[in-house]
Design a protein around this ligand. Structure first.
Ligand SMILES: Cc1cc2nc3c(=O)[nH]c(=O)nc-3n(C[C@H](O)[C@H](O)[C@H](O)COP(=O)(O)OP(=O)(O)OC[C@H]3O[C@@H](n4cnc5c(N)ncnc54)[C@H](O)[C@@H]3O)c2cc1C
Length: 480
């Protein structure tokens, strides 16, 4: 008899996990349960009136291969969309003005001297302080350190406040004073360990990359930039995953309340629903998984201790003449010390071609994040007014948008705080004591889509392996 797997949560993690388990063993019975009325979780694209709007993620990074690989495995390669090559640059707000991020600046530190020396983003003193990175000794303590602690120590307060906080903190919707360097940006830690300096580490990395590029012939097929999307938006990936699942395997509108271990399997419950499975995978935020895992209070407690931040992504469609001046970048970030509600703004229809009808521009305005949740807890119309106020100040936008779509993400972005990797190891250890229980989701080892996909694929393969072994054992004992 074929073995059964319940996957709870149909965001990208749950969908990729179910797909990977079935790929490993097509005979499995896989059922996905999603509390909301639609699959995708944080991913939601809307297509209307010639517009493609993204409520959540709009891109996948290409230097982590799992996202691209999944698209290829699903036959979506022809729909991959590179970013617009002409305008691949970003800006940062300094004293209420938009200033280009200097060429060669890699999240924390510069790799090119002249643009760095000329940029008005940093003061002369701030630049000198960044240069000290070349001479400062390595840190000896091997323990974890906050992102702010690391950047402040190596590159100075100004580099932290003006660049690292808006660029790196923005990825996590997080507070650099609390984020763990080991869990978020381990490669910078590695640079300090190996080269004694972030700047020297970045330069060495670039040289190695160039040498590798010279050695290997250009790969066949299309070359993408650092980010890609899919035609029709990232939801195309969700739709394809749902399409390839056996019909009837996804059940939406069913939030699972409880899971209980029982001999040889698991019982899932929620009001009016009860079903038994041989294995269960939880692919949801830690706080939600904590509610389901009351059978192991330590596991539940540890899952609950991962903090999540809330944010809002507001799509605003304008007629081109409403936005004065040239729009020749992908958008801008706003450092917290600028004291605005707006955290970042992407020029979505510049970043990806074909997303808006001729003469219209899509802006995506972000707000909220760790410590700033109050901004997105207010009535949507108040938040919109504040965001429009910031956009008017910074871009000189005139009039009201043609269309607005606000997507609110409540407790979606995990905060990998100090000690996060130890916490994850503890969670995994606890979960491994329960045969047939698997965990996935953005709360553990990476928040980006490729990270979620990579972790989910591994969990799916492990679940299929477990169920295969279970079927063999039961076959030997003659039980069904
Ligand atoms: C605004 C925003 C922009 C982002 N931009 C990018 C980007 O450009 N590129 C990138 O790579 N990443 C980006 N990210 C991060 C990335 O989108 C997420 O980390 C990822 O999509 C999370 O997927 P997930 O499946 O792990 O979790 P989720 O998407 O949160 O899905 C979990 C699902 O589980 C369901 N669920 C929870 N509890 C239960 C229950 N008890 N029963 C049934 N169902 C349940 C939820 O309803 C949800 O659908 C962004 C995130 C946000 C919020």
């Amino acid at each position: 008899m074929s073995r059964s797997l319940a996957v709870v949560g149909a965001g990208i993690s749950g969908l990729a996990l179910a797909w990977a388990a079935l790929r490993e063993n097509p005979d499995l019975r896989v059922h996905l349960f999603e509390g909301r009325s639609r699959p995708g979780g944080a991913i939601e694209s809307r297509r209307e009136g010639g517009l493609v709007l993204e409520g959540g993620p709009d891109s996948m990074i290409t230097d982590k291969p799992a996202g691209l690989q999944l698209c290829r495995d699903l036959g979506l390669e022809s729909l991959l969309q590179p970013t617009n090559e002409d305008d691949r640059r970003a800006m940062v707000v300094r004293d209420g003005r938009l200033v280009p991020i200097p060429e060669g600046f890699r999240l924390l530190a510069p790799t090119r001297l002249i643009p760095f020396l000329l940029t008005p983003v940093l003061s002369p003193l701030g630049k000198l302080r960044i240069g000290l990175d070349l001479f400062l000794p390595r840190r000896r303590d091997p323990g974890d350190e906050t992102l702010a602690g690391f950047v402040g120590r190596r590159l100075g307060r100004e580099a932290l406040e003006r660049m690292a906080q808006p660029l790196v903190g923005g990825i996590y919707g997080g507070d650099a004073e609390r984020l763990s360097l080991q869990a978020t940006m381990p490669r910078f830690l590695e640079m300090e360990r190996k080269h004694g300096s972030v700047i020297l580490g970045l330069l060495a990395g670039m040289r190695a990359h160039r040498r590798a590029g010279e050695r290997t012939a250009a790969p066949a097929g299309p070359r993408y930039g650092l980010f890609v999307s899919l035609e029709g938006g990232i939801q195309t990936l969700v739709e394809r995953l749902v399409d390839v699942l056996p019909p009837g395997s996804l059940r939406t509108g069913l939030a699972v309340d409880r899971i209980e271990p029982e001999p040889g399997g698991w019982r899932l419950r929620s009001p009016g629903f009860e079903e038994r499975f041989d294995a269960v995978a939880l692919a949801m935020p830690g706080w939600s998984a904590a509610r389901l895992t009351g059978f192991d209070p330590i596991l539940s407690n540890r899952l609950a201790s991962i903090r999540y931040s809330s944010s809002a992504a507001v799509n605003l469609v304008f007629r081109r003449p409403q936005i004065p001046g040239r729009i020749n970048s992908f958008g801008f970030v706003v450092p917290r010390i600028e004291n605005r509600v707006l955290l970042a703004c992407t020029y979505a229809s510049v970043k990806y071609a074909g997303r808006a009808p001729e003469g219209q521009v899509i802006l995506r305005a972000f707000s909220g994040g760790a410590g700033r949740e109050a901004d997105v807890d207010r009535p949507p119309e108040e938040l919109l007014e504040d965001l429009l106020g910031d956009l008017r100040d910074l871009l000189g936008i005139r009039g009201t948008p043609l269309k607005v779509w606000s997507a609110r993400h409540e407790r979606v972005m995990p905060q990998y705080e100090l000690g996060h990797l130890d916490l994850v190891a503890e969670i995994q250890d606890r979960a491994s004591r329960h045969p047939g229980l698997f965990l996935a989701g953005n709360g553990f080892r990476g928040v980006g889509i490729p990270d979620c996909v990579a972790q989910a694929r591994q969990a799916g393969v492990r679940a299929a392996g477990y169920l295969g072994a279970l079927a063999r054992d039961l076959g030997k004992t003659g039980k069904s």
